[in-house]
Design a protein around this ligand. Structure first.
Ligand code: AGP
Length: 619
């Protein structure tokens, strides 16, 4: 998603703006730009639209320019309207260049606004929706101050926005506004402020962070920061809690953040479980679910779970739905963007809508959760980012404690989500008498062993890299899995697509013979996830059908299985687990590594996959 940074203070700002944009690189972008304003209201602007190298090229341009000024705004753009060109790159300005702004979000009524503004004589020079906002404010600013003009203009916008606005007539001010897209303000000290889309850009300067909520303004000057509603009513804001472990955003010697985060997973699983497993009682303590008596009472009444999520989080949620069904609670997973427009029938009084999200800012998932809350369902979040939007709108929730996930391709978030979902299964299973003490203790023992077992999979990194190199020129893959391995097949295929741009399709292995098998030949490799579990024989016969079509075969199975050793040379063996529902925690690690090394073998940067954003805050 787009990244916004702004700075107002007592120092030259251009370097601080670039530093902020570097912290937001993980959000993905295809162009970058900034504008700096002097005390006299003079502007200097720099832009670069060179794809994933835009920020590097912007830095080179800025280094060569003076760009004096102690107020500025900056932006990395993830295009929604108009290609990644310098003309479309933010910041954008009004006709007379007196107003400049940057924007994260989508103006849904941009055609209507564009027509109105052109009819009034405005010269629109870009394809973007954002530029229209600058002209709209210019149109409203006739004879009034910037704040009044902004408050008059914003209600005319249908859609989402986080905006930072500066103007020549008031050269000591930044006005910010928010609807849906996140925007935070850091108070650095007397009269210095930094704004950003994410706290990771603010924390190097201050931990005193505030957040704009929907339809709120911030008026920032060297005298301080006022918060108001769009109607002009004053607001009082409290500081928010944010993740402050900044150390996690360095690569620590790994070539890429993605690989670092894959290797972090044993520690992450240990952290996710720490303090939550009650081994003797065979139970878990999930404080986030014990928020208050009302929530506890509601949880006892739940007889239906609807998971809503996107992307990798959806695949974790899909597996989670299997776990809830395993203990007798009816559960299903829906893509958040589909759930919103579907006619899912449920009794909100007895239904928990479970939102799974790493960022806690994904617009589709937020909208789905809002919908469920509006209908009266119990809204529960499984979220990684402390203080994110979802954690402030749910009725209760559980943090996944995976630490900052900077890699655009989710890895440790997925395994931490699975671990939390396994603990939720244990929580409800034991509470409702669906899991006996022994089974509860077995699950806990397996979770406690998981970090060491994951390390054994990570130790196969060289073997997996070789397999990736062997298949690096393949054009298509079919990923097959059954039962608990089906969501793993979906996730493995997504990982490959995201970072290597190779087409891959996750499929239920039992379904392959109902169509996709027609594609298979010696040029169409298949990755099959086949741990030795209760449905192994069925999966093995699907794999034999693949081999009979001479399709190259990569099999991820367990150490106790040598059934495929004569069938293919590409067999990755992971440690066995006594509870099959936990095998995805190990098989997925092999697929994460495979996807990572496929990208590297294809000369790509897995940390900067084209077209992707880390947190998709538009619907
Ligand atoms: C996963 O690798 C992708 N980056 C993407 O599918 C992601 O999982 C999805 O956008 C959901 O994000 P969230 O977990 O922050 O809600």
């Amino acid at each position: 998603m787009c990244g916004i940074v702004g700075f107002l203070g007592k120092r030259q700002v251009k370097e601080h703006l670039l530093q902020g944009l570097r912290k937001l690189e993980y959000r993905g972008y295809e162009s970058a730009g900034l504008v700096v304003m002097t005390a006299n209201g003079d502007f200097s602007v720099a832009k670069a639209a060179t794809g994933v190298e835009s920020l590097r090229d912007l830095c080179l341009k800025v280094d060569a320019l003076e760009m004096p000024g102690m107020i500025g705004i900056a932006h990395t753009r993830w295009p929604t309207h108009g290609g990644a060109t310098e003309n479309n790159c933010h910041p954008h300005s009004s006709c007379d260049g007196s107003i400049w702004l940057v924007h994260n979000g989508v103006v849904e009524n941009f055609q209507e606004l564009r027509k109105m503004l052109v009819d009034k004589g405005h010269k629109i020079i870009s394809e973007t929706d954002t530029e229209l906002v600058a002209h709209l404010i210019e149109e409203e600013m006739k004879g009034v101050n910037l704040e009044t003009a902004v408050r008059a203009a914003l209600p005319k916008i249908v859609g989402s926005f986080a905006l930072a606005i500066i103007c020549r007539a008031e050269p000591d001010k930044i006005i910010i506004a928010r609807r849906t897209s996140p925007l935070l303000i850091g108070h650095i000290g007397a009269n210095e402020f930094i704004i950003a889309s994410d706290s990771v850009a603010i924390l190097p300067y201050t931990k005193e962070i505030y957040e704009l909520h929907d339809d709120e303004l911030g008026i920032i000057t060297s005298a301080g920061c006022e918060y108001k509603t769009f109607n002009g009513d004053e607001l009082f804001k409290k500081m928010i809690d944010v993740d402050t472990e900044l150390g996690e955003v360095d690569k620590l010697g790994f070539p890429h953040m993605m690989l670092k985060e894959i290797f972090e997973q044993p520690d992450v699983i240990a952290t996710v479980c720490r303090g939550r497993l009650l081994a003797d009682a065979g139970k878990v303590k999930l404080g986030g679910l014990e928020k208050n008596q009302d929530v506890a009472a509601r949880l006892r009444e739940i007889d239906r779970v609807i998971v809503v999520a996107c992307g990798t989080a959806y695949y974790a949620g899909l597996l989670g739905s299997y776990l809830f069904n395993r203990i007798g609670i009816q559960a299903e997973a829906h893509l958040a963007s589909e759930f919103l427009y579907s006619q899912v029938v449920y009794d909100p009084r007895r239904t928990m809508v479970l939102a799974v999200s790493q960022s806690g800012e994904t617009a589709d998932t937020i909208r789905a959760l809002e919908e469920a809350k509006m209908r009266g369902a119990l809204a529960v979040g499984i979220v990684n980012r402390v203080g994110s939007r979802m954690t402030r709108m749910d009725d209760c929730g559980i943090y996944t404690r995976a630490g900052f996930e900077i890699g655009v391709a989710s890895t440790k978030a997925f395994t931490s989500q699975l671990s939390v979902l396994a603990m939720m299964m244990l929580y409800f299973g034991r509470e409702r008498g669906k899991m006996a003490l022994g089974e509860g203790q077995l699950l806990i023992a397996e979770l406690l062993k998981m970090p060491d077992k994951m390390k054994k999979v990570l130790a196969k990194v060289a073997e997996i890299e070789k397999i990736a190199q062997r298949f690096s020129q393949a054009k298509n893959f079919l990923y097959l899995g059954r039962g608990y391995s089906y969501p793993v097949a979906l996730e493995g295929a997504l990982k490959l697509k995201e970072v290597s741009y190779v087409h891959a399709e996750g499929y239920a292995s039992g379904e392959m013979k109902h169509g996709p098998i027609a594609m298979l030949d010696e040029n169409f490799p298949v990755v099959a996830i086949a741990p030795r579990d209760s449905i192994f024989d069925k999966t093995k016969s699907n794999i034999m059908e693949v081999a009979a079509r001479r399709a190259p075969l990569v099999v991820v199975t367990t150490e106790d299985c040598d059934d495929f050793d004569q069938m293919t040379e590409f067999v990755i063996k992971v440690p066995t687990v006594e509870m099959g529902c936990l095998s995805p925690l190990l098989t997925v690690v092999a697929l994460q590594l495979f996807a990572y090394y496929m990208a590297v073998a294809r000369g790509l940067n897995p940390d900067k996959p084209r077209n992707l954003a880390k947190s998709v805050t538009v619907e």
